[in-house]
Ligand binder design. Structure first.
Ligand SMILES: [Zn+2]
Length: 257
């Protein structure tokens, strides 16, 4: 459904949700976008968790800060391009890295650190952690923590669960480890092979103060549109006074623990 306004809408107004395609059209039009979005991003979890644990879907909504986050890297194709573009715009981001990819591309890990970006833990081998025992989960976390300590020099404060899926035991463990568990506000669905313009619309149509944007950098995934979208939405948002900050800056926390 598209609404046409007889006059230009006021400028300072949240934009309506403007997704460019149905999300998971298993039964077309029988369920809303948000039904699937909430299911797949893990927000079936109780909202009260944000108060009981170190857990967030977005940052403070009363500042011009938004955060770019890139999951699953590093990779040989997209990570260097992303770093080049972030450097061009003077923007810092947070990279949730996989331990197994850090071992493949240690030089790229060092480049991410040298250029002022922040590294978070995204497990070692990208399992769905809700299917793991607590011991298996802790092993995945510690292995990646150790790699980040070895290559970046600190134990990361920020953790993003794979698929956004987490259960309470693991959330409690992360909180006891003094970690901050971060979901996202805007899922660009870039891994589906979306075009730069589709991702640009997704970001611009949904961004609000405090938004955390989810993109990916991974071998063998069609992410060129995702990389190219940075040239569309970063300059446009900078022009409006938006600040792109790292998660430690957004939450006023150290990057380490
Ligand atoms: Zn991931």
């Amino acid at each position: 459904m598209r609404y046409f306004y007889p006059f230009s809408p006021p400028v300072y107004r949240p934009q309506p949700m403007r997704y460019v395609e149905p999300y998971y059209p298993v039964f077309p039009y029988s369920k809303s976008y948000n039904y699937y979005a909430n299911y797949y991003r893990g927000s079936w979890t109780p909202l009260s968790w944000v108060e009981q644990y170190n857990y967030a879907f977005s940052g403070p909504a009363n500042s011009a800060n938004v955060a770019l986050t890139f999951d699953d890297g590093p990779d040989a194709t997209f990570t260097p391009q992303i770093l080049d573009k972030l450097k061009k715009y003077g923007v810092k981001a947070t990279f949730f890295l996989l331990g197994e990819n850090m071992e493949k591309y240690p030089d790229l890990v060092r480049r991410i650190v040298a250029e002022g970006h922040v590294i978070g833990n995204h497990t070692y081998s990208h399992p769905n952690i809700t299917t793991l025992s607590d011991q298996e989960f802790v092993a995945e976390m510690k292995k990646t923590d150790d790699l980040i300590f070895k290559m970046a020099g600190y134990r990361p404060r920020f953790f993003r669960p794979t698929y956004g899926a987490i259960d309470e035991n693991k959330l409690r463990w992360a909180t006891n480890q003094n970690m901050m568990v971060i979901q996202w506000t805007i899922d660009t669905l870039d891994w589906e092979g979306r075009s730069a313009e589709q991702i640009n619309q997704m970001v611009n149509g949904n961004i609000l103060p405090g938004s955390i944007i989810l993109q990916h950098n991974a071998d063998g995934v069609p992410l060129q549109g995702s990389v190219d979208s940075l040239d569309l939405f970063i300059p446009a948002l900078l022009q409006k006074g938006t600040r792109f900050v790292t998660l430690p800056q957004m939450f006023g926390l150290p990057k380490d623990r």
